[in-house]
Design a protein around this ligand. Structure first.
Ligand code: 6PG
Length: 246
């Protein structure tokens, strides 16, 4: 698959993303016992999540060997309408046979955001056997301001990337303002990152991201540069505009 795919519409984008998810998980499980998948929030992946629960897709994945993490989370309880964990459960996880202890959400109650980030880092290190795990598949979106996960323009991590694997985020311009996010260090260990971008409001930013030199402080998604993995862009025509495949 080429690294930049432009598809006609969001429906095709969801279908192609689902094919890619199935393919990546199957390929991974041919050579490993387990497959780690990092979910994203936003509205774009919801159609993908729903599609993965349909029989044609659900039955192609060995869910018993999948581990689920989140690239970011909003600091609200799981039953809050803004919860990304809640969204993923409602659209995907409640409908596929994944063992509950293989679903690893950020903690958003009975702790501070900083404590939650630290706890998530410990969980990631535990999963990685004491070192940062190499995620097999990471799903990401992009906002019109170039943010990805909860890494926002001008914020500390995009400006001065740190060593932490997970971080607390304050003053996010996209509500709610308090969030949690994986760091570049965590994302950039991944083997495959699938970036889903849909909608005309992303067009101007996408053009910059694809043509301008990397400046993560200004366009945080440009900090996604895996050490030895691949980034696959799946973009609908509205977001791509006149830009062509790279
Ligand atoms: C969120 C995500 C955010 C999202 C992008 C793209 O809080 O929703 O953390 O990073 O993935 O903003 O969102 P859309 O898919 O809705 O455009």
């Amino acid at each position: 698959m080429r690294n930049r795919s432009i598809v006609p519409d969001p429906t095709t984008l969801a279908r192609q993303a689902a094919d890619s998810v199935v393919d990546t998980i199957r390929q991974t499980l041919l050579v490993q016992d387990r497959c780690s998948v990092v979910l994203s929030g936003g509205s774009t992946p919801q159609a993908l999540y729903r599609l993965l629960t349909t029989e044609a897709y659900r039955t192609q994945i060995d869910w018993q060997r999948c581990w689920i993490f989140w690239g970011d989370e909003r600091f609200v309880p799981a039953d809050h309408p803004d919860s990304l964990y809640g969204m993923a459960r409602a659209t995907l996880l409640d409908h596929v046979p994944i063992p509950a202890d293989q679903i690893v959400p950020f903690q958003t109650v009975a702790c501070s955001p900083a404590e939650s980030a630290m706890h998530y880092q410990q969980q990631l290190l535990g999963f990685g056997g004491g070192v940062p795990p190499r995620f097999d598949l990471v799903l990401l979106g992009m906002g019109p301001d170039g943010h990805t996960a909860s890494l926002f323009p001008g914020h500390p991590e995009p400006t001065h990337p740190g060593e932490a694997l997970a971080l607390a985020v304050e003053n996010a311009p996209k509500p709610p303002p308090i969030r949690l996010s994986l760091s570049y260090r965590a994302f950039n260990q991944a083997r495959t990152l699938l970036v889903l971008v849909a909608g005309a409001d992303k067009q101007a930013m996408l053009q910059q991201v694809w043509s301008e030199p990397a400046n993560p402080a200004l366009r945080p998604i440009q900090g996604i540069a895996p050490e030895s993995g691949q980034v696959i862009w799946l973009v609908d025509q509205a977001a791509a505009g006149q830009v062509s495949h790279g």
